[in-house]
Ligand binder design. Structure first.
Ligand code: IMP
Length: 211
């Protein structure tokens, strides 16, 4: 296995999503990393043909590195529901048609009910965040963060995005939709484990590629 590689200087963030771009820029700025995005450079969006979160993150990062000649950083994420055999998983965004998360949450709840999954222990779910960095010479670093929880109904809270209002992280009494962004995504100053899947993956990335 090739030795790990540090991320330095200017990179490409392989996303066309303004929200993701803002979040990633904020995470990388303290390390002196500046970033342009695939959207800003007008690069095409590759088809996400992978069957895992990591495969899809890698497809986006690899396409970005080839098109820009810069180290490229990409993510892929979603929610997996145990009682639905891991669905929606890599199709999390598609279940919402891009934006109808109330509809996507209602579909999850309805499908769980159809299968008789009503008790909290039958409504377990987890979020996954896969992060990939690919350098123009093909070197790859990848990381995966996970947070486990239970799906509540009705959804609670108006903070966050996506499936946040129905996700109650284990050991907590408020859903992601009821938490501040800092509580959900923040990186604890004392180095203890962050809460969200994305923050956890980023902590591992920072240790290996930014330390
Ligand atoms: P993608 O990573 O852009 O393919 O989309 C991931 C999808 O998963 C988003 O559209 C959301 O539906 C969902 N998702 C990922 N992370 C979170 C999160 O932290 N909270 C709520 N929903 C999320």
């Amino acid at each position: 296995m090739a030795p790990h590689r540090r991320l330095e200087g200017k990179i490409l963030i392989a996303t066309h999503n303004a929200g993701k771009l803002r979040e990633m820029r904020e995470l990388l700025a303290p390390y002196g990393i500046t970033a342009v995005s695939a959207g800003e450079l007008g690069l095409p969006e590759p088809e996400e043909t992978g069957s895992t979160f990591l495969a899809n993150a890698e497809i986006k990062a690899r396409a970005g590195a080839q098109a820009s000649g810069l180290p490229s950083f990409a993510d892929d994420s979603g929610i997996c529901v145990a009682g639905l055999d891991g669905a929606p998983g890599i199709y999390s965004a598609r279940w919402a048609d891009g934006k109808d998360f109330m509809g996507a949450m209602a579909r999850i709840d309805a499908e769980l009910r159809e299968r008789g999954c009503l008790a909290p222990h039958e409504r377990k779910a987890w979020f996954i965040s896969a992060l990939s960095i690919v350098w123009p010479d093909g070197h790859l670093e990848d990381f995966e963060g996970r947070i486990d929880g239970t799906l509540v109904w009705p959804p609670r809270g108006a903070a966050g995005f996506g499936y946040d209002p129905m996700f109650l992280p284990d050991g907590h009494e408020r859903t992601f939709g009821e938490m501040s962004s800092d509580e959900k995504h923040g990186l604890p100053a004392d180095g203890s484990r962050a809460l969200s899947h994305r923050a956890r993956a980023f902590q591992d990335l920072a240790k290996v590629c930014l330390g």
